[in-house]
Ligand binder design. Structure first.
Ligand code: UDP
Length: 252
């Protein structure tokens, strides 16, 4: 672990360190797992390694289809070099089928297909338990402007198409997921760029035939075999073929 580097920020699942050049950061993936606004915590050995690789996979592939993101390159098992962005304090959730808070709010059975993909915004603020917000709140409080909201929605739908296809091709249904965006400044202009991570911690992924959950709901709902399922997601995507033995040997 990079103890010599200056820590910029420590979140629940990741740490940001100063990067080697101005405008870069190092994103370190921890094994720590939290749910229900940190009421439930655990250390899942090897999780950070898997999420680093799955996130690398999607960020790299999204970049090849023209979706700019903060990922530059993976440095090692747990770290990636990223571009420093001005983070937009919102979580953007894209839903293809009902689950979680949407099912609870509207009484919809989990797994019920939605008439169309739905995008929701939540304020990134743990102290307030990430309340849902509307465009009115976002623009009134200057968290983002209308152009940035449009950009985030358009990018989120393109990302949803790509990810639904990539998962669908390996027998996994993408139920919903969460994205975060930031601003990349070039002189006086900023562009909305995808940030954070894409992993089974931030997506709901159901095995298409059995409807078994392969994501963080296994932890939230005490279903067991969390790492086994994350590893299976990575294996189906064709990454981390060496992973099972590496995990058994212990990773730190
Ligand atoms: N999500 C996330 N981080 C959060 C909240 C939600 O990554 O802080 C993801 C979650 O894993 C799911 C999607 O966003 O894939 C929608 O979550 P939901 O609103 O249903 O909330 P939950 O039921 O997870 O509390």
């Amino acid at each position: 672990m990079s103890t010599r580097r200056k820590k910029i920020y420590e979140g629940k699942g990741k740490i940001l360190f100063e990067g080697p050049e101005p405008g870069t950061l190092i994103q370190y993936f921890k094994d720590d797992t939290t749910a229900f606004n940190s009421e439930k915590k655990a250390v899942l050995e090897g999780k950070g390694v898997i999420n680093n690789r799955i996130s690398e996979y999607f960020m790299t592939r999204l970049n090849t289809i023209g979706i700019q993101n903060h990922f530059i390159r993976r440095l090692n098992l747990r770290e990636q070099l990223i571009r420093e962005l001005e983070i937009i304090p919102l979580q953007v959730v894209v839903r293809n089928a009902a689950a979680g808070s949407l099912s609870n709010r509207f009484g919809l059975p989990e797994g019920q297909a939605l008439p169309r993909s739905i995008i929701e915004f939540y304020l990134k603020d743990d102290k307030l338990s990430n309340p849902m917000v509307t465009e009115e709140h976002i623009t009134a409080f200057n968290w983002a402007n209308t152009q940035e909201i449009d950009d985030m929605m358009a990018l989120s739908l393109r990302i949803n198409d790509f990810m639904s296809g990539a998962f669908g091709a390996v027998g996994i249904t993408l139920i919903d997921f969460k994205l975060e965006f930031g601003r990349l400044w070039e002189n006086d202009f900023s562009r909305v760029v995808l940030a954070d991570e894409i992993s089974p911690d931030t997506c709901r992924l159901w095995e298409s035939q059995t409807l078994e959950k392969m994501d963080k709901d296994r932890f939230r709902r005490d279903l067991g075999d969390v790492i086994e399922n994350y590893t299976e997601v990575a294996r189906r995507l064709g990454i981390m073929k060496e992973m099972p033995t590496v995990i058994q040997g212990g990773l730190h």
